[in-house]
Design a protein around this ligand. Structure first.
Ligand SMILES: NC(=O)c1ccc[n+]([C@@H]2O[C@H](COP(=O)([O-])OP(=O)(O)OC[C@H]3O[C@@H](n4cnc5c(N)ncnc54)[C@H](O)[C@@H]3O)[C@@H](O)[C@H]2O)c1
Ligand SMILES: [Zn+2]
Length: 367
């Protein structure tokens, strides 16, 4: 099946549709273009929205095969992928079927990976229902599952043919989902767009009380930024590494805490650390560094009083897979919205003494 034969690999932004009725839109997109639809969703989201999607597909003459898995990143595994694939085989899914991911980032990563390998690859479409999936996970075509030794280690690049964004889903999103996604939103602004940063200074914290217009502006701008970056560099060889701002320290904090600190919170801490490293390296003005710290706090994050020990953070940073030539590398900022590139590279190494100093200072600044 080829859903859009004239666009073998459309620019990411063109595949993103903002709409109020994503299910009808999806049904219209698929009608007459595929023989069946496998809808993948976790138990929470399937319970809330699976019925509405199934009805819309049936109205369009498509028989959906509903495939539900247990919620949470712990279930983003090869085992779950296998269960979904086996159910697709039993349900008669063929090459002329489409996969639809309905849910958060876990669902997209899993369903996209299934779509990328099922019968050597079928098309997939994504209806993101969490804020993180809308602003981050649905853009860029990375799909994966976790392995015993680490997160997202097994997967492939397989872009969805369409991403249908509807902010109404966020009415049922649990509180933690808002805050964790805000970390990636701040990252987009701090690393790529000063004006966007100024908008965030006005509208954060994001939550159920955030006005629809402000929310739409934020999601749109984050989608535009990520889409522009990944279209320049899908495989993360150069410019895409900008999106790792806050993530070198963030991943280390997350791992050193035994994953008790969520990814979003770890990235928030990582952005504060990497802004301070940028300032200590003589790149980022002190005023910009303070504004980044303030924005992180206004999103609802605090630095941990009793976080993982600095030495453990340093150790997991050393083990980071992005290590090159023996040195840990960071995305540093020259100002809000401007990463400090050196030649063709957007990452830099920094004297370990500066990093250690900043990491030691993190625990003492909590509220
Ligand atoms: N592929 C990428 O580029 C990329 C980028 C960032 C993150 N990710 C991945 O995304 C995952 C995290 O995404 P996430 O935070 O969306 O996690 P998630 O998919 O587990 O969703 C979080 C929780 O919210 C629930 N939920 C989602 N939407 C809801 C809604 N509208 N109403 C009520 N409940 C809802 C889910 O059932 C789940 O319990 C991680 O596995 C991460 O690795 C991937
Ligand atoms: Zn992240």
């Amino acid at each position: 099946m080829t859903l859009f034969p004239s666009h073998p690999q459309p620019p990411t932004l063109k595949t993103v549709v903002f709409c109020r009725n994503p299910f009808d839109r999806l049904a219209r997109l698929l009608k007459g273009r595929c023989r069946g639809v496998a809808v993948v969703s976790d138990r929470n989201v399937m319970g809330l929205y699976g019925g509405g999607l199934a009805s819309a597909l049936r109205r369009a003459g498509l028989q959906p095969l509903l495939l539900t898995f247990e919620p949470g990143d712990a279930h983003k595994t090869r085992r779950t992928k296998e269960l979904i694939e086996d159910a697709m085989v039993r349900g008669g899914a063929g090459r002329d079927w489409a996969v639809v991911a309905l849910g958060g980032g876990v669902t997209g990563d899993l369903a996209g990976f299934v779509a990328g390998t099922y019968m050597r690859g079928v098309e997939w479409l994504y209806v993101p229902t969490s804020l993180l999936a809308m602003v981050d996970a649905s853009i860029g075509g990375k799909t994966s599952v976790n392995a015993t030794g680490g997160k997202n280690l097994v997967g492939l690049f397989h872009r969805p043919r369409a991403v249908l964004v509807c902010t109404d889903f966020l009415r049922t999103l649990p509180g933690a989902g808002w805050r964790d996604a805000t970390a990636e939103i701040i990252k987009h602004a701090a690393a790529c767009d000063r004006r966007y940063f100024e908008l965030l200074e006005k509208v954060l914290p994001l939550g159920p009380g955030t006005g629809r217009d402000a929310l739409r502006k934020v999601i749109r701008r984050s989608v535009e930024i990520k889409a522009a970056v990944v279209d320049r560099d899908e495989r993360e060889l150069g410019p895409r590494s900008i999106l790792n701002f806050g993530h070198t320290v963030g991943h280390a904090v997350e791992a050193a805490s035994g994953y008790r600190i969520t990814h979003g919170r770890a990235v928030a801490i990582g952005m504060v650390a990497e802004a301070r490293i940028s300032a200590r390296a003589g790149l980022l003005p002190a005023g910009d560094c303070r504004r980044i710290e303030e924005l992180v706090r206004s999103a609802g994050f605090s630095l941990p009083r009793h976080g993982p020990p600095p030495r453990a953070i340093m150790r997991s940073m050393q083990a980071d897979k992005k290590r090159t030539g023996g040195a840990v590398r960071f995305v540093l900022l020259r100002s809000i919205g401007k990463p400090a590139a050196s030649g063709a590279s957007f990452t830099r190494s920094v004297p370990p003494a500066i990093v250690m100093d900043v990491v030691r200072g993190l625990a003492g600044t909590g509220r």
